[in-house]
Design a protein around this ligand. Structure first.
Ligand SMILES: [Zn+2]
Length: 283
């Protein structure tokens, strides 16, 4: 098990970030799994202590490594605002909030067929400097997690559907529905499926991306903007490298409303906003 963020090894690990958050949560008297925020699918995440928001090959380097030639230099504190399950009718407000703050986000998109009329928003988002990344065409666990072939068929379909709007062929970042440590896939594809998919992603030279801060904006009961803001602040805790999971799905109507406060808080606390590709440049 690796502990906390390493700043001198040429690569950082964020394994410890989640562990520390979990321990802090435990110490604070509440247990993350009990709270089971459905929007983050934490109820589907295993308790694996080696959880990392990124593929193992992630070449993230902190600013203190700047002396290493060719090493990308990152600020001491950074945050990626990521949005899953869009585009949808809520996407324009999310884009407006990000654009108003001059912040770039990363969108892990779906193309279910139902959101077809919102796909042109991807062109707008990419033109504004946001990163477009892959999530799933159908987002149906029972379909995509039947097998490796079924998973990649879904990714191929997603790329076909978004190709008219973005340079789909060159997208090499993805987020697994339910996260890379989801256990729901075991029901359909067996225990070995996620390790296999992660390996296949890495073999392609792609990156899979999880998260270490959950906004819990997709839970039932439509959390208020203030609740979402407080969730983000609480889950960030002492972490200095944050990948925040939010949503721009049709049902997450208050996320955009929460964004100005979330962005202000990270700014006030010295974080630099980056896209996932900026933290994890691929070779
Ligand atoms: Zn999703």
């Amino acid at each position: 098990m690796k502990l906390f963020v390493r700043r001198t090894g040429g690569r950082i690990g964020l394994w410890g970030g989640l562990l520390a958050a979990a321990l802090a949560a435990f110490a604070a008297g509440w247990l993350v799994p009990v709270r089971a925020p459905a929007g983050c699918k934490l109820n589907e995440l295993t308790a694996a202590p080696d959880f990392s928001p990124f593929s193992p090959a992630a070449p993230v380097v902190a600013a203190s490594d700047a002396g290493t030639p060719a090493a990308p230099s990152l600020p001491e504190k950074w945050v990626c605002l990521t949005f899953d399950d869009g585009p949808s009718k809520t996407t324009p407000e999310v884009l407006a909030a990000l654009d108003a703050a001059g912040v770039h986000g990363t969108f892990f998109v779906v193309a279910t067929g139902y959101n077809e009329k919102y796909l042109p928003l991807l062109t707008q988002a990419a033109a504004a400097g946001h990163q477009i990344a892959l999530h799933s065409a159908s987002h149906e666990y029972s379909d995509i997690y039947r097998s490796s072939a079924a998973y990649w068929k879904d990714i191929t379909l997603l790329k076909e559907r978004i190709a008219p709007y973005v340079d789909a062929e060159n997208i090499r970042y993805l987020r697994f529905p339910g996260g890379s440590t989801n256990t729901v896939s075991r029901r359909y594809g067996g225990k070995g499926l996620m390790p296999q998919l992660k390996t296949e992603v890495e073999q392609r030279g792609w990156q899979w991306v999880d998260w270490n801060v959950c906004a819990e904006d997709a839970v039932g009961g439509h959390p208020s903007a203030d609740t979402i803001y407080r969730n983000v602040v609480r889950e960030t805790g002492e972490q200095t490298h944050c990948v925040v999971l939010m949503h721009d799905s049709a049902t997450t109507r208050t996320t955009a409303e929460a964004l100005p406060d979330i962005i202000r808080w990270y700014t006030d606390n010295g974080y630099t906003f980056l896209t996932v590709a900026e933290t994890l440049p691929l070779g």
